[in-house]
Design a protein around this ligand. Structure first.
Ligand code: F0G
Length: 970
């Protein structure tokens, strides 16, 4: 049951985010917020509440809807106080600025003016604009002064007071180009301008830190480290250098590399001698730092680093900006996060909590000594300095500062209690929490991502760096705690509650996290998934059970032990067959109903993900050769994949398959098998871009070859000879069906090609019918008739056919060969006695062998039309034969295309639900590509009878065999 409000949000606001919420099973909307309690209503109309620790991305230092802030807003509105009086003094804004400036004086011992903005990113823009404006003014000052000197010099030179020696440039890059002993003032101006053009045309540099987040406006995004947010906008041209805060030598190195010189000159008043002067050019706009990084995963920058930056900025004369949008406003236990470190920046930024949870506001404090008055016009905004926001902010500062800063102390106390609780959990449930970081109410709990976890769910999300989103979903939906990871630190849950959080709430939060840690510790993925795609939670089983097996890790250790160089590895991609199979590799999920399993897949329709590659399985073949097999499983079901085939998702699906092939290449694979429907949706590999050194195969040749062999042997076991049998191919128009028909035509007495009865099926079948004769003539010409029996031998013995072949001589086979031979036979016999084409399924009642090769979504071949003691080979996906055929004791039924591994080796622990010692023919064919190291595609696009024979022979030479049912009715 979907939440209609989320659907509207998806359609009109943010489709991707809505889909991600759905995929993670978090669909509820919130209808009331008070303190840290969010009340929700779910799709069934039921209400409930959760504890919010996301708190407006850390913008609610006093929780949601604090009564004092409400009173401030109500009074303001009741008094009809002007909110917008642009171009007039704004008394409340002025008071707020005075207050903030006073607080900065008190805590940072520095005098600032305050400018306002509407959001964090806008505050960042404002600050960087001011810094760059200041830098450009410095450059202008340099060039203006130089220009004045040129004029002055020219006047004096005209009066014969000074001489300009060419030697002036002896130490510069121009030394090779100036030969004159003396220069004119115009020449001097030209040469110096040329030297200065290098500095003047250079782009300024901004220094920021790795893991930094400063917002997503065009400018702020350029200073945000996560490439996802900034890559597309690099051409806008800002130049940010990201420094590792643990290694500031980098910044010195960069400064050495990019430092620029500005040339100027002086005239000695006494001697009238002129000399060149080199000055440092202002090449840096600013350095911007979050004293405690937030979005990057909660990382406190050491005070010593902040002070080092202060020294660098002082030394090179460019401003230091502290972005305290997230860590400031008391969150870290002091008003300014930088306060304890005894360092005052040139600018400090506040946003988020300054709005008291109701207003959008931001403040930029700029050192008065640096502030450029002209900037008052350079930068402004309609809504900045609105009086309502200022009024709210004044109340917020009252609340922070009163009772001798009790709020700051509470932030520290609450933060410590929470962090102690989390650290205790990390000791109690080892392997779950990796690190607890934070200061005050800025807390990050980082979890281990584990691609070798027992839970397939944990492996999948860890492999895709998305563990945190599953944990968020579980915490919110099951434990009623809201803590979300960030895009830049997806395995860290961030908690930024406000100081009004109660002690009881702290206990509940820790209890909720305990449930999470226990779930992870016991690998109970049922708990992680039970709510996804299933809004009805009444049937939930909350008991966390122990599913630890240490299976994958042991396999990995075992594989490492025996891994040696030189063993080729192949990759094989497959998908989940049916939602039911989700529990095949994750027993915890057996507790989900079939409906719930389907719901999970339907909900997760956003991105196509491939699980972490399986631990390779080593298979030994004949000649002592070995090959490692590594599986890649797409988290999509057969019906989703087929849906993609005929829908808009086809390109995405192919891209996901191609990406997996690239991944397999990176993982060292030398061949790539397209399993299950991945071969169908890629036209057996042809629709995929190729990967160098990585041939593809659909595995269809060996699947067909092994199936055919098994059928042959099974028929002989029933006491019949193939050359006395009638065989029917149902759905013979497809590639595999056609190849089966061609192979059968070489053996059986009579062949029937049976259509599906759908429009055009007889036409498609007639093409397959002609192909049977075409292939037969080709075989007779190339190989003679020795190996033939049944109808093939009868046809080869016809005089008309022998004449036809004789007439061809050495020529290439004409295009219509199949059709011509069919016509010859029809003319000779009236109707074709060897091969029958029919649209009537009932005719299979006379067939001793039935090959089912139709693409149909439901089984349709029933027991009533299957002959007594028939051999039925079902290669349809999904299967064509109904259950009653499989149940018949006289019928030998087999699923076509399995291969027996050499030396009775087992793969059933990797590929489930197969008879012991067997594997799918397509997997075996991929192994053969690895074993033979041929480097070429095997089954690629349509396969031929010849390929089937070659690959089957190769398989046999490596010790693979066909699997023949031991008893009827297998
Ligand atoms: N600077 C810092 C340090 C921030 O944390 C944020 C936003 C901004 C600037 C931009 O502020 O969103 O008001 O434009 N941080 C949020 C977060 C989005 O998830 O950490 P904005």
């Amino acid at each position: 049951m979907n939440n209609p409000e989320l659907t509207t949000y998806e359609k009109y606001v943010n489709p991707l985010q809505a889909k991600l919420l759905k995929a993670n099973g978090v669909e509820k909307t919130f209808i009331k917020a008070e303190g840290h309690t969010l009340t929700y209503k779910n799709a069934k109309g039921e209400t409930g509440s959760i504890i919010d620790c996301l708190c407006g991305y850390g913008s609610l230092m006093f929780g949601h809807n604090h009564p004092r802030i409400h009173d401030t807003v109500k009074d303001f509105l009741n008094n009809k106080t002007p909110i917008h009086t642009q171009f007039a003094p704004r008394p409340i804004t002025a008071r707020l600025a005075e207050r903030l400036s006073g607080l900065a004086e008190k805590y940072l011992d520095e005098d600032y003016v305050v400018r306002f903005a509407n959001s964090g990113a806008e505050a960042v823009d404002l600050a960087i604009k001011h810094a760059e404006f200041q830098r450009v003014l410095k450059v202008q000052e340099l060039t203006k002064k130089l220009d004045q000197k040129f004029n002055d010099l020219e006047a004096r030179w005209n009066d014969g007071e000074v001489e300009i020696p060419g030697e002036l440039f002896a130490e510069t890059e121009l030394r090779e180009q100036i030969f004159a002993d003396t220069l004119t003032p115009g020449e001097l101006r030209g040469y110096i301008s040329r030297l200065n053009s290098v500095a003047l045309s250079s782009r300024p540099i901004i220094f920021a830190l790795k893991k930094a987040f400063h917002g997503k406006s065009v400018a702020a995004a350029q200073m945000t480290h996560n490439e996802t947010f900034r890559r597309a906008f690099l051409y806008f041209g800002m130049q940010t250098v990201f420094i590792d805060h643990e290694d500031l030598s980098e910044i010195e190195f960069i400064m050495d590399e990019v430092s620029q010189t500005f040339y100027d000159f002086v005239i000695n008043k006494k001697t009238n001698q002129i000399s060149l002067v080199e000055k440092d050019y202002p090449a840096y706009t600013a350095a911007i730092i979050e004293p405690i990084q937030g979005e990057g995963g909660i990382h406190a920058i050491p005070g010593s680093t902040l002070r080092d930056f202060r020294n660098i900025c002082d030394h090179k004369n460019f401003p230091l900006i502290f972005d305290e949008i997230q860590c400031g406003m008391g969150r870290s236990g002091t008003l300014f996060a930088c306060q304890p470190h005894d360092v005052a920046p040139d600018m400090v930024l506040f946003a988020k909590s300054i709005g008291g949870g109701v207003a959008k506001n931001a403040a930029v404090l700029i050192k008065r000594a640096n502030y450029e008055d002209a900037f008052g016009i350079i930068h402004s905004s309609t809504f900045a300095e609105d009086e309502l926001s200022a009024s709210v902010a004044l109340t917020v500062f009252d609340m922070l500062e009163e009772d001798e800063g009790a709020a700051y102390e509470r932030a520290t106390e609450l933060g410590n209690r929470l962090m102690e609780g989390f650290r205790e959990l990390s000791r109690k449930y080892p392997g779950t929490i990796k690190e607890v970081r934070g200061i005050g109410l800025m807390i990050g709990v980082e979890f281990f991502q584990d691609v070798d976890a027992d839970s397939a769910v944990v492996r999948l999300v860890s492999h895709h760096n998305r563990l945190g989103y599953s944990l968020f979903s579980y915490l919110q939906e099951v434990q009623g705690i809201r803590a979300v990871p960030t895009a830049s630190a997806p395995s860290t849950l961030r908690l930024e509650p406000g100081v009004t959080l109660t002690d009881d709430e702290v206990d509940t939060i820790i209890q909720g996290f305990e449930g999470l840690c226990k779930t992870l510790y016991y690998q109970d993925s049922y708990q992680l998934l039970q709510h996804v795609g299933n809004q009805d939670r009444s049937s939930r089983d909350h008991k966390i059970r122990d599913y630890r097996r240490d299976e994958v890790k042991q396999k990995r250790a075992h594989y490492k032990e025996k891994s040696r160089v030189g063993v080729p590895k192949i990759g094989f991609i497959a998908h989940v067959m049916d939602p039911v199979n989700i529990s095949d590799n994750d027993p915890a999920l057996e507790r989900l109903t079939n409906e719930e399993r389907a719901g999970i897949y339907n909900a997760n329709n956003v991105t196509i993900m491939c699980n972490a590659p399986s631990v390779p399985k080593r298979i030994t073949a004949s000649f002592g050769k070995e090959v490692d097999v590594q599986f890649y499983i797409l988290s999509r079901t057969a019906s989703q994949v087929l849906g993609d085939l005929n829908g808009p998702g086809l390109d995405d699906l192919r891209e996901a398959i191609y990406d997996t092939a690239l991944q397999a290449k990176k993982d060292g694979c030398t061949a790539f098998g397209l399993g299950m429907f991945t071969s169908v949706v890629t036209n057996n590999g042809k629709a995929l871009p190729r990967v160098p050194g990585m041939p593809y195969t659909s595995g269809n040749a060996l699947t067909t070859g092994m199936g055919f062999k098994a059928m042959q042997e099974a028929t002989e076991k029933t006491g019949k000879q193939l050359d006395g049998c009638t065989a029917a191919v149902v759905g013979g128009a497809g590639n595999i069906g056609q190849v089966y028909s061609a192979l059968l035509a070489e053996r059986v007495a009579h062949l029937m090609l049976v259509g599906s009865g759908r429009a055009g099926s007889v036409k498609r079948l007639s093409r397959a019918y002609h192909r049977v004769y075409e292939t037969l003539i080709e075989t007779i010409r190339k190989e003679g008739k020795e190996s033939l029996s049944g109808l093939a031998l009868d046809v080869a013995n016809l005089t008309s056919v022998q004449d036809f072949i004789a007439e061809l001589g050495d020529k290439d086979m004409p295009k219509n060969t199949g059709k011509d031979v069919a016509t010859l036979i029809q003319q000779e016999f009236g109707t074709d006695p060897f091969v029958t084409v029919t649209d009537s399924l009932a005719t299979i009642a006379s067939a001793d062998i039935v090959v089912c090769a139709a693409s149909a979504s439901e089984p349709f071949v029933g027991s009533d039309i299957v002959k007594h003691e028939a051999v039925v080979v079902d290669i349809g996906v999904p299967l064509n034969a109904k259950q009653d055929v499989k149940d018949r004791h006289d019928v030998t039924y087999m699923q076509g295309g399995l291969a027996k591994l050499p030396f009775q080796q087992e793969m059933t622990e990797t590929v489930k639900n197969l008879p012991h010692g067997t594997v799918y023919g397509c997997v075996a064919e991929t192994m053969l590509m690895g074993l033979s190291g041929s480097g070429r595609n095997f089954s690629f696009g349509d396969i031929t009878r010849k390929q089937v024979k070659e690959v089957t022979a190769l398989a046999e030479s490596y010790g693979f065999a066909a699997t023949v049912p031991q008893t009827r009715g297998l």
